[in-house]
Ligand binder design. Structure first.
Ligand SMILES: C[S@@+](CC[C@H](N)C(=O)[O-])C[C@H]1O[C@@H](n2cnc3c(N)ncnc32)[C@H](O)[C@@H]1O
Length: 294
């Protein structure tokens, strides 16, 4: 986009993030990290200048595309922005060293504005009323999802630490959606088992905790029926920074194959950020009449 076109900016609907405020997030795509290396190498090795220029132009186009994607995406709520800012300035290393968090947490773990708005869209399209968020951290995904729920909607969120619950509660109490959030503190697998025994079911389940446990979360959703009929599972970090499509048989790749080869599931991997997989029961997408691929 031509950034000198200010008339385009003034025509944008209220609520969109001003482009001047846009700060490019750290890149999740290993191809872009490789491209930066290629530019350095090309500059140092004295190749034809047109090659260096072409590589730089490629990098610039990727940056412009990312910027344009954010431009076309509604902005975050003031409370989500507050979560973002407070998470970025918090001393996570210190609280981890003091034993107050189980994981050595980092702001890059947050879903953030673009993914948050995507999650909200899914909630509203599905008209979901009850959601489970596995992996709360500082509540960015939990609040984004909660914001699209109806007033009597329920947002249940899981994480290990009481410290995180207090952190999130202190911020979300100023949001009208904060009261929809129910905190489940402890180990995700133990909590999922308890939810199953209690017969709880959810319209949407968002997976964003331990990647090695994703297969178990999936089993709880589809085989142990924590997912309501016509429900949706959303899986964050489906690219896992490239590990899912690397040569090696990584945990993320095994999970992706597990989903891809399951004929009872319909899935689509949306290339937002580190990749979000949207998984539903095939009968809920195609009905009972399906066309054979043979
Ligand atoms: C990537 S962060 C979640 C980010 C969050 N969804 C957001 O939007 O900001 C992963 C979180 O999952 C939690 N977690 C990881 N494994 C867990 C487990 N087995 N049980 C409970 N929480 C877990 C970690 O403590 C961490 O806060």
């Amino acid at each position: 986009m031509d950034s000198s076109d200010t008339s385009a900016v003034s025509r944008r609907k209220p609520g969109l993030m001003p482009l001047d405020d846009y700060v490019a997030p750290p890149h999740y795509d290993p191809a872009i990290i490789e491209l930066k290396k290629a530019i350095d190498l090309a500059e140092k090795s004295g190749v034809v200048p047109e090659l260096v220029e072409s590589l730089k132009r490629t990098r610039e186009l990727i940056g412009q595309r990312d910027e344009f994607t954010v431009f076309c995406t509604s902005s975050e709520s003031p409370t989500c922005k507050d979560i973002y800012d407070k998470t970025c300035t918090h001393d996570w290393r210190k609280v981890f060293d003091e034993g107050r968090t189980t994981w050595n947490l980092s702001p890059v773990m947050m879903t953030g504005q673009l993914e948050g708005q995507f999650l909200k869209s899914i909630v509203s399209i599905q008209k979901a009323k009850k959601i489970l968020d596995i992996g709360m951290f500082t509540g960015y995904s939990a609040l984004s999802l909660a914001e699209a729920l109806p007033e009597d909607g329920e947002m249940w969120t899981i994480d290990f630490d009481e410290y995180l619950k207090t952190f999130v509660q202190n911020i979300t109490q100023s949001s009208p959606h904060g009261q929809k959030i129910k905190y489940l503190i402890g180990n995700a697998l133990e909590i999922l088992e308890k939810l199953r025994q209690d017969g709880q079911i959810f319209d949407i389940i968002f997976l964003d905790a331990a990647k090695v446990e994703y297969k178990d979360y999936l089993e709880y959703a589809f085989e142990k029926n924590l997912l309501a009929p016509r429900g949706t599972v959303l899986v964050d970090n489906s690219y896992q920074f490239g590990e899912s499509y690397s040569e090696e048989e990584t945990v993320s790749k095994k999970f992706a194959k597990r989903v891809a080869f399951d004929t009872s599931l319909h899935s689509v991997l949306v290339p937002i950020r580190d990749g979000i997989m949207v998984i539903r029961r095939v009968v809920d997408v195609e009905g009972s009449v399906t066309e054979s691929s043979n």
